[in-house]
Design a protein around this ligand. Sequence first.
Ligand code: PRP
Length: 208
Amino acid sequence: MGTRQIDKSRPFPYNLSGMKKSRLHVLHSRDQIAERVRCLGEQISRDYEGRFPLLVGILKGSFVFLADLMRHLDVPVEVDFVRLASYGASMESSKEVKLTKDLEIPVEGRDVLVVEDIVDSGRTLKELLGELAKRGPRSLKSCCLLDKRHRREVPLEIDYVGFVMDEGFVVGYGLDWAESYRHLPDICVVEPEEESPEESDAGQGVKP
Ligand code: PRP
């Protein structure tokens, strides 16, 4: 689990037993995503012309974006995946991120492009880039579909960004809500449930 995980033991403004579809609002439609991914693919293809990059996806959320992005690349690529886990606080970004599933392909001497679905605090991507940098890649860049840069807690330069986004908890196109909704073709914002007056003292101030 990365840092967007939901701690079900804490008060949370969503009903985890089920969610009405009316509470999902499309932020980026499948057509908008497709167009943006196509543009990113063109840009990356130009930048890596004559190279043989290794695409590194961060599980789980990036698998949909990575699958689409790679099909817009006209340079040969290899693909591998890592998984990172965060320890400590739940909804909020914790301070410690560790690699729990390593790459199977060596990165030494390779042009490595890390592909991420969403960057929030930046801790997950920063940790991975730091680890990969130690392994002697020829080059090391990053690409994310959604950049919540106003939430950044660590300095981070991302080389390719799909969309910059503001507040809101998003699902779909690989992004989950308690492991659900990854399959949605659009990127949707989850609207918090309205509180009844009786519930307003329940400490439900956690913002996604
Ligand atoms: C998300 C996302 C990143 C991380 C970003 O993973 O895919 O890996 O959070 O957060 P950060 O910038 O604050 O470190 P998530 O926890 O949702 O796990 P998942 O990809 O398995 O759904």
